[in-house]
Design a protein around this ligand. Structure first.
Ligand SMILES: [Zn+2]
Ligand SMILES: [Zn+2]
Ligand SMILES: [Zn+2]
Ligand SMILES: [Zn+2]
Ligand SMILES: [Zn+2]
Length: 431
């Protein structure tokens, strides 16, 4: 079984920064004085910069790396204090331009000899022997033959992919199924471990084992790392996926795209994978429901925190928030029909959930939820539940007038206020 270096995928891009030219590639390189070579990398100076104190020249790339590793001191490699950069003197640049250099693809058959200034363009664009590494088989393929290599069956035989869960190398066409199975087993294992620990707790000798909180925390941590395995597998290898447009979103996320841009990309992602749209929408709506409830709860918790310090301010915020909810919602209900409420809630929840940056491959790997019909039924059920809630709301506000609700709210808030005061008083007494 062939073992491949998955890191080689980073060589996918054909364009390379120039440089790394040794004496052998330069015409009459043996007679070229040492000043033409960078004291850091020992290759021909590439895009040179000079130190303003000692006038020594370095490649731009080399001196940048040097300064990055010299911590805060920013010393020149020749120990001048505080390196100050100058451009390369024009006289030296013109001397460099006169050097003739052989193309880096000489070993592949390129016979071109180019001037210093034209070399980079030739090597990255014009050279007939330009190669790029195929991500599937890790072979260097001439760019002119690359399309043929990808499209014609039999030309490219993909290397096996290493599964990060079991560390085995699996043929590409079997990988998706294998990884799915491995992932499910891993998840099942995590839950099984948690259950056995749970049972172990009832036995007397386990009293000094982990406390319940530690165990729950460990469980959450393991579960989290397990869920992230999908993302890791994707980052470390060419993990095949049938969801379209994942790469675009991944790139945008790496660049740190804004929320609006993210929503836009996710919408395209849903449209592109329209067969899985019910699954995507279902998961998203659910996660945004949870996020919204956590936000409301979080707001109350923060207010209670304030209330324990500045009692009137905290309670004031709680009352403001509660009355907003209790007056705005009935007014809203009074003005619009149920259809509009459900529609707008659905769209808002979807928009919110589009901004949640979870691993996209998770949509593909959940075997049990990946069923369009079941998901449509689930969504319908969600709508029915919302409708029932709305009916109950309407019934409540029809039965009880607004001021009664306000009175109940005020009563609850005052009750809280007294309760907090009492506990705060007790705390100060103890101190
Ligand atoms: Zn250098
Ligand atoms: Zn210097
Ligand atoms: Zn060439
Ligand atoms: Zn290939
Ligand atoms: Zn595996």
């Amino acid at each position: 079984m062939a073992i491949t270096n998955e890191n080689a995928t980073t060589q996918f891009d054909t364009s390379m920064e120039g440089g790394d030219i040794d004496r052998d590639r330069i015409v009459n390189g043996d007679v070229l004085p040492d000043e033409y070579f960078c004291p850091i990398c020992r290759f021909l100076l590439w895009d040179p910069r000079s130190c303003s104190s000692c006038q020594n020249l370095f490649c731009r790339k080399c001196i940048q790396i040097w300064l990055k590793h010299s911590n805060a001191s920013r010393q020149c490699p020749f120990r001048c204090p505080a390196y100050e950069e100058r451009n390369c003197p024009p006289s030296f640049s013109s001397l460099l331009s006169k050097t003739k250099i052989k193309c880096r693809n000489t070993s592949l058959g390129c016979t071109e000899v180019l001037s210093y200034d034209l070399l980079e363009r030739h090597e990255n664009v014009e050279c007939k022997f330009l190669t790029r590494t195929c991500r599937e088989c890790m072979q260097s393929i001439l760019v002119s033959e690359f399309d043929e290599h990808i499209k014609i069956p039999g030309k490219c035989s993909p290397c096996p992919i290493q599964c990060i869960i079991c560390q085995l190398f699996i043929e590409k066409h079997e990988f998706q199924d294998h990884f799915r199975q491995c992932y499910q087993n891993r998840l099942a294992n995590v839950f099984q471990q948690f259950n056995t620990q749970q049972q172990g707790l009832t036995e007397p000798q386990a009293t000094f084992a982990l406390t319940a909180e530690q165990r729950n925390l460990n469980f959450c941590r393991t579960l989290f790392t397990t869920v992230n395995l999908v993302e890791q597998q994707r980052q470390n290898s060419r993990f095949p996926t049938t969801l379209r447009g994942i790469d675009t979103i991944q790139q945008a996320r790496n660049r740190g795209c804004g929320h609006l841009h993210h929503i836009y990309l996710m919408m395209i992602f849903i449209l592109m994978n329209w067969r899985r749209a019910p699954q995507l929408i279902w998961v998203m709506t659910l996660s945004s429901f949870i996020a919204a409830s956590v936000m409301i709860l979080g707001f109350y918790v923060i207010c209670l925190g304030w209330a324990s310090k500045h009692i009137y301010l905290g309670i004031g915020y709680i009352m403001l928030f509660s009355s907003l909810i209790s007056f705005v919602i009935p007014y809203f209900l009074h003005c619009v029909t149920d259809k509009w409420i459900i529609f707008s809630m659905g769209s808002i929840l979807l928009l919110i959930s589009c901004t949640i940056r979870g691993p996209l491959e998770a949509y593909e790997l959940d075997l049990h939820k990946n069923n369009a019909i079941i998901n449509i039924v689930r969504c319908c059920f969600g709508i029915v539940v919302t409708e029932v809630f709305l009916l109950l709301f309407r019934f409540f506000f029809w039965c009880s007038p607004m001021y009664l609700t306000a009175a109940i709210l005020t009563f609850v808030n005052v009750f809280f206020m007294i309760q907090i005061r009492r506990t705060a008083g007790m705390a100060t007494n103890i101190v």
